[in-house]
Design a protein. Structure first.
Length: 51
């Protein structure tokens, strides 16, 4: 479901503060996949329209 894309996180990246100073490699979900998962979660919580 997630893209598996590798992304370089530098000082200009929005998530830089989450990874700064960590010596271990951490899991990261790209911003596009995060938005996709949030959208699908919100859509699944909506009340279905009656037919």
């Amino acid at each position: 479901m997630l893209c598996g894309r590798k992304e370089v996180i530098g000082p200009d990246h929005p998530k830089w503060t989450d990874f700064e100073g960590k010596t271990k490699i951490s899991a990261y979900i790209c911003l596009r996949c995060t938005a996709k998962v949030n959208y699908e979660a919100n859509e699944n919580q909506k009340v279905p329209k009656p037919m």
